[in-house]
Design a protein around this ligand. Structure first.
Ligand SMILES: Nc1ncnc2c1ncn2[C@@H]1O[C@H](COP(=O)(O)OP(=O)(O)OP(=O)(O)O)[C@@H](O)[C@H]1O
Ligand SMILES: O=c1ccn([C@@H]2O[C@H](COP(=O)(O)O)[C@@H](O)[C@H]2O)c(=O)[nH]1
Length: 220
């Protein structure tokens, strides 16, 4: 039998807030039901306010395409409207944030349940003798009726495996049971900015613009 050696204890000199890959990051969570218009509005925010858009769903779909060992599991979860284990999604998000040269991120469609939220906020990222925790500046919540969201998803026509009525119903159920509690959590901390997402795209963006006004990029 070999000798058992304890893992070295690394004592962090400092625990910082929202430091990642040597930069101070601003994170906005973009939440709302399936088809509420999160991706559409994130594209507008990127263009006007210089954020980088990280869609958790897009990262998971890219992971399937890449032939990763998690691909089949992720695809099955998406087809069932279920939530992929936190560690998989958080690793994809963190890697994308570290790789990016930007320091302002829209995290779209995550956290999807309380476990996602706690895992993301409690994860301690260590580099050198520093440790960091990341929490959102605020949560942008797109509020829309299921009737309208269903109409939009059935008309989206992007060939997604989950834009069929059977999976859409499951996604709505997951949203109500698992994702709304996340929004309630941040609401209790006064961090939620709610948008009426049933309005036409340009009108929704007018409301979004008012919220992002403090983030206008500096002129070069
Ligand atoms: N305000 C709006 N009014 C009408 N149609 C909209 C509006 N916003 C988005 N759409 C359309 O609805 C569909 C879904 O929008 P989008 O993909 O932005 O939603 P999402 O919330 O990101 O969805 P998912 O969570 O499924 O990825 C798209 O076809 C989009 O063009
Ligand atoms: O954090 C996440 C984000 C997404 N999923 C799974 O992907 C699909 C599609 O997500 P969209 O945001 O609509 O692109 C979603 O229904 C989940 O199955 C996830 O598990 N975790």
């Amino acid at each position: 039998m070999g000798t058992v050696v304890d893992a070295p204890v690394v004592v962090a000199e400092e625990v910082t807030e929202n430091m990642l890959g040597g930069k101070k990051v601003t994170v906005v969570f973009v939440l709302g039901g399936p088809g509420s218009g999160k991706g559409t509005q994130c594209a507008n925010i990127v263009e006007h306010f210089g954020f980088t858009h990280l869609s958790a769903g897009d990262l998971l779909r890219a992971e399937i395409k890449s032939g990763s060992e998690n691909g089949t599991m992720i695809e099955n979860m998406i087809k069932e409207g279920k939530i992929v284990p936190s560690e998989v999604t958080i690793k994809l998000l963190q890697d994308a944030m570290i790789k990016s040269e930007n320091d302002k991120f829209l995290i779209d469609g995550f956290p999807r349940n309380e476990e996602n939220r706690a895992a993301f906020e409690n994860v301690t990222i260590s580099f050198s003798l520093f440790q960091t925790k990341i929490s959102p500046a605020f949560v942008l919540f797109f509020d829309c009726s299921e009737e309208e969201m269903e109409r939009r998803l059935l008309g989206r026509n992007q060939g997604r495996v989950d834009d069929n009525i059977e999976t859409i119903k499951k996604r709505f159920k997951t949203f109500v049971e698992s994702s709304l509690p996340v929004i309630e959590h941040y609401s209790s901390k006064d961090k939620v900015k709610k948008i009426d997402a049933a309005k036409p795209i340009l009108e929704v963006f007018e409301d979004v613009k008012a919220i992002f006004a403090p983030y206008v990029p500096k002129a070069e």
